[in-house]
Design a protein around this ligand. Structure first.
Ligand code: SF4
Length: 345
């Protein structure tokens, strides 16, 4: 089987070109063609016939196939169900803001973390995605926008918050970030990429050492270890206090901050006492809090909180002077909101 072209970061591509004595300028031309222009065809522009033939014969340029597109009637969120070569499926979400988009990428088929509030977690881990399957979600979503919403193909933020624990598939996610960041490629700003984690400490270590400028979002969800154990079973192995201590000692650059995600679940973690404890844990840190009302999914036993409880929760956090945002439940009518993704459609 041929290797996917989209598994190569820029330096891998340069190595292939050097090892095969091809013209060195082919690397920037190829990256430009496939990632900046996002062309589907083989690149024939300003590139020697020898290099064209070499890549045609030795690399696979196919991308994950769009199986189904769900468009929200409420807020123009778009959810893609992608079919991979081995017939497994993953979901990707485009979240609109002011005619631009954030893209929420999946990093695994299923997930090993088994979080109790998450539809994906219920499926277990099937396998890791490859770099090309991650980058391919972005390219296919961009091309879909170019065709179906011309003029709106502006994906400005990339968040790894879809299916899977990105830090549990670190090598593929890191390489995808390198491709997104490459000035020869999509050239996304480093502050525009966010990796979310349930608190997988081995991956956190690699993130801080290997892709340090990329933003981090920690799924916190409860400041109390016992409740967090129920929500995020990996907390039993890597408890919240160890995760926070680890994050605290990572030097962040000037514009960098850590986002703490908090799913509010009715009568479980939405009381003022939870907010107070959360505030005291995060006060004084370079932190943002995203409050996300729980989104129901088939078979879940949790419920969404009442609106007044959400506002009360935020009011308590405001007393700690931590910037806090109540996130809307975009795309919930097409099961595209946080925690609602699954691969079994
Ligand atoms: S919330 Fe994230 S880490 Fe937890 S099971 Fe779902 S996909 Fe995995």
């Amino acid at each position: 089987m041929k290797q996917s072209f989209y598994d190569l970061n820029y330096s891998d591509l340069e190595t292939v070109i050097n090892q095969n004595n091809l013209n060195g300028s082919a690397a920037s031309v190829l990256f430009n063609w496939h990632y900046k222009k996002k062309e589907q065809t083989q690149c024939l522009d300003n590139i020697a016939k020898l290099a064209v033939d070499f890549f045609q014969n030795n690399f696979d340029f196919s991308l994950p196939e769009i199986d189904t597109v769900y468009e929200s009637n409420k807020d123009r969120t778009v959810k893609f169900l992608f079919k991979l070569k081995d017939a497994h499926k993953v979901e990707t979400v485009l979240i609109p803001f002011n005619n631009k988009y954030s893209i929420c990428l999946s990093s695994q088929v299923g997930c090993a973390m088994n979080c109790s509030f998450c539809f994906t977690g219920k499926q277990g881990l099937t396998r890791n995605l490859t770099t090309s399957e991650i980058v391919g979600q972005f390219l296919q979503a961009w091309r879909w926008l170019a065709t179906h919403r011309p003029g709106e193909e502006r994906i400005l933020n990339i968040v790894f918050m879809g299916q899977g624990e990105p830090l549990h598939n670190f090598d593929a996610v890191k390489k995808a970030c390198e491709i997104f960041l490459s000035k020869h490629g999509t050239s996304v700003g480093i502050q525009k990429i966010t990796i979310s984690t349930a608190g997988y400490i081995p991956g956190l270590k690699r993130w801080s050492e290997e892709i340090p400028g990329v933003n981090l979002a920690l799924s916190l969800h409860s400041p109390f270890e016992a409740k967090r154990n129920e929500l995020i079973p990996i907390n039993k192995k890597y408890p919240l206090d160890e995760v926070l201590t680890y994050i605290d000692q990572i030097p962040l650059n000037k514009k960098q901050f850590v986002t703490y995600e908090y799913i509010l679940i009715k009568d479980f973690n939405d009381a003022p006492g939870d907010a107070k404890k959360l505030g005291s844990l995060l006060a004084g840190k370079s932190a943002y809090i995203n409050l996300i009302p729980f989104n129901a999914f088939p078979g879940s036993h949790y419920q969404s909180p009442d609106l007044d409880k959400i506002e009360q929760f935020k009011a308590v956090l405001d007393t700690f002077k931590i910037p806090t945002l109540i996130r809307g439940t975009k795309g919930d009518d097409v099961l595209a909101a946080c925690g609602q993704l699954n691969s079994k459609n």
